[in-house]
Design a protein around this ligand. Structure first.
Ligand SMILES: [Zn+2]
Length: 329
């Protein structure tokens, strides 16, 4: 066929209209059909049309576990903080918005502290809390695995209000205690996402997948994040590791730029635990992240995202923990 410039221009013009129509259709679809469940009523509802850019996250398959029978819970403000029998290996490091204790467990007595924390996203990521308790049992039974120069700190439930929301209890629980709807348990009792409340790129309006969530009134406005901050600054650990679920990967931290030591340690854990390694979490913008803030204080940190919301993936995470302990020896 001979080259005809008019035919080409006409074709390009028609093609342009088709592209425009498709873009409009896609845009409308994205606005009118959100993919994620509606936010719970206890979460501060934030209006759309703010400065937060439109989300581009492509949702991964979810793995929320369904547990029966369903039994509704009522969160009430306790008149006094619950009492716990703690020995020398554990201590209460702070309290939640509703007065529930945040507990840290310690193993070994070396000068090099290492901290692992589960459950900053509460009951929504309840398997990270059970993972932490599994680790506590393991190192209680095997104290010789802590190198002599290391002290291991484990904070199983950094967001006990969020845990209570889906387990109807404080402290240890079983997978069968978990209610069907775990989304409300992501937040503390003030409806704040505790991993959006730290002082690195903080924003009152934060993002979680396609949802806008509360990052709090200001950095460290929440008692949980203030307690964790104070504990981290007092202990000055060589690394803080946060367990989350369920994006399947190890993510290094950094405030604006990836922190070099955080990336090294994330790689140590990721290789031993056989999780994919990422320099940063990039599926959607994260503001006020705990790990990112820690690097501004000279404390390396990274996030471990389990593969599902239902399994502790203990063999993998045991290997990752032991690799980090060995790295500190
Ligand atoms: Zn999380």
């Amino acid at each position: 066929m001979r080259y005809d410039p008019r035919r080409t221009r006409k074709g390009a013009k028609a093609g342009g209209w088709i592209v425009l129509a498709v873009l409009l259709l896609v845009g409308c679809t994205a606005v009118t059909t959100p993919n994620w469940p509606p936010l719970p009523t206890r979460v501060a509802t934030l209006s759309l049309g703010t400065a937060v850019p439109p989300p581009t996250f492509t949702p991964a398959p979810d793995h929320l576990v369904t547990v029966s029978p369903f039994h509704p819970i009522t969160v009430t403000r306790p008149s006094t903080a619950p009492l716990f029998n703690l020995d020398d290996s554990s201590q209460i490091i702070g309290a939640s918005a509703e007065g529930r204790p945040i507990v840290a467990y310690r193993f070994g007595s070396g000068p090099q502290p290492v901290i692992f924390a589960g459950g900053i996203h509460g009951g929504y990521e309840w398997n990270t809390i059970l993972l932490a308790y599994e680790a506590i049992d393991y190192f209680t039974a095997n104290p010789e695995l802590i190198p002599p120069n290391v002290t291991l700190h484990i904070i199983p439930s950094a967001n006990p209000d969020g845990q209570y929301q889906v387990t109807n209890g404080n402290g240890r629980f079983a997978a069968t205690d978990v209610l069907t709807d775990t989304v409300p348990g992501r937040f503390n009792a003030n409806g704040v996402d505790l991993n959006r409340n730290w002082d690195c790129d903080w924003s009152a309006v934060a993002q979680w997948r396609n949802n806008l969530v509360s990052g709090g009134e200001r950095p460290f406005s929440e008692p949980e994040t203030a307690a964790l901050r104070d504990y981290f600054l007092a202990v000055r650990p060589a690394v803080v590791v946060f367990w989350h679920s369920a994006a399947n990967g190890v993510y290094a931290a950094g405030c604006s730029e990836t922190d070099g030591r955080s990336l090294e340690l994330a790689q140590v854990y990721g290789m031993a635990a056989e999780y994919p390694l990422f320099a940063r979490f990039s599926s959607y913008p994260i503001t006020g992240d705990a790990s990112d803030w820690l690097t501004t204080q000279g404390i390396p940190s990274f996030t471990v995202e389990l593969k599902t919301h239902a399994d502790t993936e203990w063999p993998q995470n045991r290997a990752g923990m032991l690799a980090i302990l060995e790295e500190m020896r």
